[in-house]
Design a protein around this ligand. Structure first.
Ligand code: UVW
Length: 311
């Protein structure tokens, strides 16, 4: 990674020595208003995948889907079951989940990924030991993310139901796809990129993980420069990790490093874009107000989120 990115741009220090939200700083009050101005009909789309989907939860290899456990339900008050007795006969249902915080639709904290011993803004990677003291999800969760979102439907643009494993696309494809859709990408847009790749997970089950290599954006110096110049605050996709898993030159997830660690671009992963994409294809309105706030979990490297697109 060091060699690959040695001349790559960074935004370290741009928002001061204590910054923990990076390129989300581009989403000023004016940008929130620009997002609001893109609302036309009031239709709302929620972009989170169900946690505990009976059809399965796609996760990064090595992580496990969330396990939901029922703690209390009506059977807790069956004879001898020991449900708590409350005055007035109150019964209730309670449940909990044991979950990877990045095992569902989620925001990555800017300190989630690093190389060369430094995370976003130059903080020492030792600040991650035992929980993130710097650039955890907390500051992003406190801040919230609101701006103009633009759907870039790469799958439909390529005339495919879903992209194939290891299929790549570039920033030039993003630009061309948006232009063909009729609405160019503007500076500070939240990019919402559809591949529909996780269809293969639901079709194939566990076979999906054989020779795992997701499709996605592929590293190039030009792509990184484009994100830098366009001041993109946030990249959201419907894949598990937002970029091709293994770059053709061998590195795993170099854009996590170039975009998130170096430029401070927030990454949102495992979105469900199907209803939104069908609607955009129908009314040809590909921009919307994008609003999201990941859960506030102290020191976390990322947390679940249910982003919204309001058209
Ligand atoms: C990794 O970075 C390993 O995973 P993700 O960004 O998909 O959470």
């Amino acid at each position: 990674m060091h060699e690959l990115l040695k001349d790559a741009p960074t935004n370290w220090g741009r928002w001061g020595p204590d910054d923990e939200v990076g390129a989300l700083n581009f989403l000023t009050d004016d940008e929130v208003m620009r997002g609001i101005r893109s609302v036309r009909s009031g239709r709302v789309f929620t972009l989170q995948r169900m946690i505990g989907d009976p059809k399965g939860d796609p996760v990064w290899p090595g992580r496990a889907p969330a396990v939901r456990t029922q703690i209390l339900d009506e059977s807790s008050w069956d004879e001898g079951a020991g449900g708590p007795a409350f005055p007035g006969g109150l019964h209730y249902a309670d449940d909990k989940i044991d979950a990877f915080l990045q095992g569902s639709t989620q925001y990555d904290a800017l300190g989630h990924v690093w190389y060369d011993g430094q995370i976003w803004n130059g903080y020492d990677a030792r600040t991650t030991v035992g929980g993130l003291d710097k650039a955890s999800i907390g500051p992003i969760a406190e801040r919230g993310v609101v701006g103009r979102g633009i759907l870039i439907d790469i799958a439909r643009w390529r005339g495919k139901e879903a992209l194939d494993p290891a299929e790549t696309f570039t920033h030039e494809d993003l630009v061309a796809c948006a232009e063909d859709q009729g609405t160019p990408i503007e500076k500070h847009d939240v990019l919402v990129v559809r591949t529909n790749y996780l269809k293969h997970f639901f079709d194939q089950g566990e076979r999906f993980y054989d020779d795992f290599c997701e499709p996605g954006l592929v590293y190039s110096p030009e792509l990184v420069r484009w994100f830098h110049e366009m001041e993109i605050p946030n990249l959201a996709t419907d894949t598990i990790a937002n970029e091709i898993t293994y770059d053709p030159n061998g590195a795993a997830l170099p854009l996590h490093c170039a975009l998130m660690r170096n430029l401070g671009v927030a990454l949102t992963e495992i979105c469900d874009l199907e209803e939104l994409a069908a609607d955009c294809a129908q009314d040809r309105q590909f921009t919307f107000m994008y609003a999201a706030a990941p859960l506030k979990v102290a020191k976390a490297a990322g947390t679940p989120v249910n982003p919204m697109a309001i058209k």
